[in-house]
Design a protein around this ligand. Structure first.
Ligand code: PLP
Length: 415
């Protein structure tokens, strides 16, 4: 291998299908020089609670405290979730749909992560394959590997604002394709899909006879001009499995409250056998703590618009600063301004660097020399790009990118 020396020093097996974001970030963290007195700044992980400006609303905190103190929620909840929680989530999601979801469409999960697992567990069968976006969110690959579900990747087209390459989808699909996944607003790309693009996705899926898994964990976190449109809007065209959670919009990823929802007005998922199968699977899962579930109706009903607006304002402000500063550093560019979510893909120009061969080496050296952490694009399926999380306070972003600029100057190719 030509860069064997680098691989010895950087213990990342990029050939593995089961590379995880957490795994690669923990290796980067180990590489930070502890004797250095620079403060560690991580723009690698999408956990906004690391920065105090991103804080959940008091309404949510009070709802949880009251649920605990009521002494009514110390027991087991039904495995599919408390009825009032399912109802509240159905009503919340129905606000943006041309039809009404019912409680029976909603299954409460331990975060969106468990909703992903449920979706793939329900769909897998011998010989089945699933279409996943590249770049994407590696939990889908990892989960598919455990389920023996064959993965086929379609590209997101950077020059088309990271839209789905629908021609590739058509070329990849066959009669064993069970679903395609879209993540909107997008992680890692920060894109938001238009109504028209989602409609095309729905029509493609209908034609090819598979369903759409819509990861809307960043639902409503749209910071550009485009509004967020849920995929469920096209539920009459094609059955949609909507996955989401409180984690991102309410800034409480540790509460582990998510949902798996059948946005399917035609009722394909209401066949008794299908419902029975989903329910049985939930019997082995164990969802979020009962008192967190009990707090959900109040969290959804009473969170004020000003809380959401503030989050959008903060994300917009930090993403603007992030892109501006990145574009001031010659070796990295931000070709697509983020329109939503909390992350953006940044392109690395290796021809401007003297002694760095790829995104992984860039991130490891940057961690070591500057105590700044970005996620190598390889971890999300796009080599020689970086994923930068902008859910951080502006000062940290400024400081991280000031250090990255120094790093560039030290490693710039000498003319
Ligand atoms: C954060 C994230 C998840 C996981 O959400 P949790 O509610 O924390 O489990 C799923 N999908 C994407 C795209 C995410 O960014």
């Amino acid at each position: 291998m030509e860069n064997g020396a680098v691989n010895q020093q950087i213990p990342v097996d990029t050939t593995s299908a089961t590379i995880t974001i957490k795994g690669i970030l923990s290796l980067l963290l180990q590489n930070v020089d502890e004797n250095d007195n620079k403060r560690l700044i991580s723009l690698g992980m999408g956990d906004p609670t690391a920065y105090s400006c991103f804080h959940t609303t008091q309404v949510a905190q009070e709802a949880v405290v009251d649920a605990i103190q009521s002494d009514k929620f110390n027991g087991y909840a039904p495995t599919v979730g408390l009825p009032q929680t399912r109802r509240a989530i159905a009503e919340y999601l129905s606000r943006d749909l041309p039809y009404k979801l019912t409680s029976d469409d909603v299954f409460v999960t331990s975060g969106c992560t468990q909703a992903i697992d449920v979706a793939l567990a329900m769909l897998t069968r011998p010989g089945a394959n699933i279409l996943l976006p590249r770049p994407g969110f590696p939990i889908y690959e990892l989960c598919s590997a455990f389920r023996h579900l064959e993965v086929r990747h379609f590209d997101l087209l950077q020059e088309n604002a990271w839209e789905v390459d629908l021609d590739a989808v058509e070329a990849l699909a066959d009669h064993n394709t069970v679903a395609m996944v879209i993540i909107n607003p997008g992680n890692p790309c920060g894109n938001v899909y238009s109504y028209q693009h989602l409609e095309k996705i729905a029509e493609t899926a209908k034609k090819l006879r598979f369903l759409v898994i819509a990861d809307e964990v960043y639902g409503h976190l749209a910071i550009g001009g485009k509004p967020f449109v849920p995929m469920g809007v096209f539920g009459s065209t094609v059955p949609v499995l909507t996955l989401g959670s409180l984690s991102k919009r309410w800034i409480v990823p540790g509460w582990r409250l998510g949902w798996f929802v059948t946005s399917d007005p035609c009722g394909m998922f209401r066949k008794p056998k299908v419902v029975e199968r989903i329910k049985k699977y939930f019997d082995i899962l164990g969802g979020p703590a009962t008192f967190i579930q009990a707090a959900v109706p109040r969290i959804i009903e009473q969170t004020e618009e000003v809380f959401f607006k503030k989050t959008i304002y903060l994300l917009k402000q930090s993403s603007d600063i992030c892109c501006e500063r990145i574009n001031e550093i010659p070796c990295i560019t931000c070709p697509n301004k983020p329109e939503g979510s909390m992350a953006v893909m940044v392109k690395l120009d290796l021809s401007l660097l003297e002694d760095i061969t790829d995104d992984i080496e860039f991130c490891f050296k940057l961690a070591k020399e500057e105590s700044v952490i970005f996620l190598p694009g390889t971890a999300v399926g796009l080599k020689n790009w970086l994923r930068v999380t902008f859910a951080a306070d502006p000062n940290s972003i400024e400081e991280a990118l000031r250090r990255t600029k120094c790093f560039y100057q030290r490693h710039a190719r000498k003319l």
